[in-house]
Design a protein around this ligand. Structure first.
Ligand SMILES: [Zn+2]
Length: 254
């Protein structure tokens, strides 16, 4: 680490649980963030400020005026720009040291698998069920830990899928990928602005903990927040042996 890096990351290095070694791991890490919207904005900003060496941002969309109420990586001046480029600009303004790869793409299962392969951690900051399931499946197959977050109206949830941990459930163990329900587009739904900040920040928290090897992750726990009462609840979750994504097959070893 250079003198500048020792200063920039000093408040992490001062933490016994992180220290020089943990910060080195963060600098060497590669995080893939799927979605550069409400959750992806704070998640990417904190990953960048914390010095995650390589960040891949994936989102096909462009910045729209209706995004600015909650998607804090974007600005009025960048309306119309690709979200990934706008978010990359915001991250680099905070920390020019990190390498940001901005991919303006709509990803399918095969592309996702390619993108998550070799990543240190993946953050699912997407806004729809189909993408969440596809990201989960790719991470399970590649044995890469995943931090999944979701916010709708005043309700939020976050969990960690860690295929490296035996007995740890995947997203499809908790939510049936075959479930047929009407996909409610985020564009027609209300979202209470700061809640995406809370959840996106929690996703960055879990991602950095996984990278640096700090504490215990949310694997096997679904954390939920009711924004109206600000009551947190947490549900213990278990692997479903009949899960179509992770069931039957042994977990890949790291
Ligand atoms: Zn599963």
């Amino acid at each position: 680490m250079t003198d500048d890096q020792l200063l920039r990351y000093s408040r992490h290095i001062l933490l016994d649980e992180v220290g020089i070694e943990g910060q080195e791991r963060i600098l060497a890490a590669h995080a893939v963030v799927i979605g550069a919207g409400g959750l992806g904005s704070p998640a990417a900003l904190f990953l960048g400020s914390a010095g995650v060496g390589r960040i891949t941002l994936v989102d096909h969309d462009t910045v729209d005026l209706t995004n600015l109420q909650r998607q804090i990586a974007h600005t009025t001046a960048r309306v119309g720009q690709a979200k990934v480029l706008s978010a990359a600009q915001a991250v680099q303004a905070i920390n020019p040291e990190v390498q940001v790869q901005a991919l303006q793409e709509r990803v399918d299962a095969a592309r996702l698998e390619q993108l998550v392969q070799g990543a240190t951690v993946v953050l699912d900051c997407s806004d729809n069920y189909a993408t969440r399931q596809a990201v989960n499946a790719a991470c399970v197959r590649q044995g890469v830990p995943l931090v999944a977050g979701a916010v709708i109206r005043f309700d939020a949830q976050v969990t960690v899928i860690d295929p490296r941990e035996a007995g740890s459930p995947c997203y499809a163990c908790l939510f049936d990928p075959q479930a047929q329900f009407e996909e409610v587009a985020c564009s027609t739904m209300g979202v209470f602005a700061p809640l995406v900040g809370v959840v996106g920040s929690l996703q960055a928290t879990e991602a950095l903990k996984l990278i640096a090897g700090v504490g215990r992750s949310l694997a096997g726990r679904l954390l939920m927040l009711d924004g109206r009462s600000l009551e947190w609840s947490s549900l213990r979750t278990a692997r479903n042996p009949a899960c179509p994504v992770c069931g039957g097959a042994p977990a890949p070893t790291p």
